[in-house]
Design a protein around this ligand. Structure first.
Ligand code: HEC
Length: 400
């Protein structure tokens, strides 16, 4: 009953999380498109009113006329639309999912028993939970300090982007050393997603509030507030594609259980940002195919780095082939407690990832996949069932 309840809550939270993220990212992409697609207003009276750009659009059978003011209109309307709940809902539901899925079971999902760092491999569940929270918080603190120190007046944003790029490589590397591969990808995505939400919470919205307050008091708003809001929302736009990739990566163990998982992660992050850059420029009327070409080139490099036979996914060490009967015995003792139609492992109500090894056919039909997850040491999860290196070699030497 408890496992069922958790699964159900997880399912519903994930639904909420994905919907909120679609709404938030959709709106953010829309506003970047709008901002970059603005044209000089045609009518002189609009220009006199302080309108600095406009966009005409047709959508859903209606015609829309958006206008952006250089600073603000003379008089602010009462019913100003604000956007922030989409961002907060996305973060809160994502964090709740992380608690429910990972922090409730840190021994399985967070600890990386194969880490090169002995202290990380030997962490207790509670230590792993605390480290994960510190990782998220630390990511925001470092990113925020970089922004504040390198480009406080928003005039050195180019150098700042470079610094953030370097930071993301470090985050990728640290995450795979400290956490299990699946959690590492998720947490790196969460570092970026936390920065995005915190940008909204700590800078963009408070800055807008100060601007509105100043205008209502008949004062000129501090232009730095506007510029900083823009700086942070530009960062957010480059984070969106990488974050979505990292969040969906948990279905693809060949990526996150790879020996060079952190290199793959960094390549995907840069590919996402480069592809986003193409669209940002495209909305401003500049077509620069070099960006997506570079992005796709990085994806091709990731394909090459991740190819089986390089890194950890390499299989047999040449010895004699293992018989199916021996393989079955190993799987029975090391995998079947979880991967069965009726798992005996506590906390598992149904076969994880739908993977079931109850019959010979089920085992035989998944040889390559079994060899992949065993060689990369992704399975058995957290090596809960104590699989030995000899058994891993035996699985690697199993051929048809
Ligand atoms: C302690 C429980 C547990 C044990 C033992 C275990 N697994 Fe898993 N396995 C899981 C969980 C949980 C998932 C789902 C994680 C995920 O979605 O990536 C999973 C996922 C998988 C997947 C799907 C991964 C993918 O890329 O989609 C395969 C294949 C797999 N396990 C094979 C094995 C093999 C082979 C063994 C034995 C050597 C094994 N597992 C032992 C819990 C376990």
């Amino acid at each position: 009953m408890q496992a069922y309840l958790l699964d159900f809550v997880n399912f519903m939270l994930r639904w909420l999380h994905v919907i909120a993220a679609i709404a938030w990212i959709g709106e953010s992409i829309y506003f970047v498109m709008l901002d970059n697609g603005l044209r000089k207003p045609k009518a002189a009276e609009d220009r006199d009113k302080g309108v600095f750009g406009e966009m005409w659009a047709v959508h859903g059978g209606g015609f829309y006329h958006n206008q952006k003011y250089a600073t603000a209109p003379d008089k602010l309307p009462e019913d100003l639309h604000w956007s922030f709940w989409k961002a907060y809902t996305t973060w809160l539901s994502g964090f709740a999912l992380f608690v429910l899925l990972y922090m409730a079971n840190p021994g399985f999902y967070l600890v990386n028993p194969n880490s090169d760092w002995a202290w990380a491999a030997g962490m207790s569940g509670w230590q792993a939970n605390l480290l994960a929270l510190a990782f998220l918080l630390g990511g925001w603190v470092v990113y925020n300090e970089l922004c504040k120190r390198i480009s406080p007046n928003m005039d050195r944003d180019g150098i700042l982007s470079l610094a953030v790029a370097v930071m993301m490589v470090v985050v990728s590397y640290l995450s795979v050393q400290m956490f299990s591969g699946r959690a590492a990808f998720l947490l790196t995505g969460a570092v970026m997603a936390t920065a995005m939400s915190a940008n909204v919470f700590f800078w963009i919205i408070p800055g807008q509030r100060r601007m509105v307050k100043a205008m209502k008091a008949g004062e000129t708003p501090n232009p730095l507030d506007g510029k900083r809001g823009k700086q942070r929302s530009v960062h957010n736009t480059y984070f969106t594609l990488p974050v979505v990739l990292l969040m969906i990566s948990n279905h693809y163990s060949f990526v996150y259980s790879h020996e060079y998982a952190w290199v793959l992660m960094a390549l995907f992050i840069f590919a996402g940002a480069l592809i986003r850059q193409f669209f940002v420029l495209m909305h401003a009327g500049k077509i620069q195919p070099a960006y997506p070409v570079a992005g796709v080139a990085l994806i091709a490099v990731a394909f090459w780095v991740g190819m089986p036979g390089t890194g950890a996914s390499n299989g047999a060490d040449g010895g004699e082939g293992t018989s199916l009967a021996e393989v079955e015995a190993i799987i029975e003792s090391r995998c079947a407690s979880c991967h069965s139609a009726n798992p005996t492992q506590a906390g598992f109500g149904s076969a994880p990832a739908g993977v079931i090894y109850d019959t010979t056919a089920q085992i035989e039909g998944h040889r390559e996949k079994i060899q992949e997850v065993v060689a990369s040491k992704y399975m058995p999860l957290g090596n809960m069932t104590g699989m030995t290196d000899e058994e891993r070699d035996a699985i690697a030497a199993w051929s048809e």
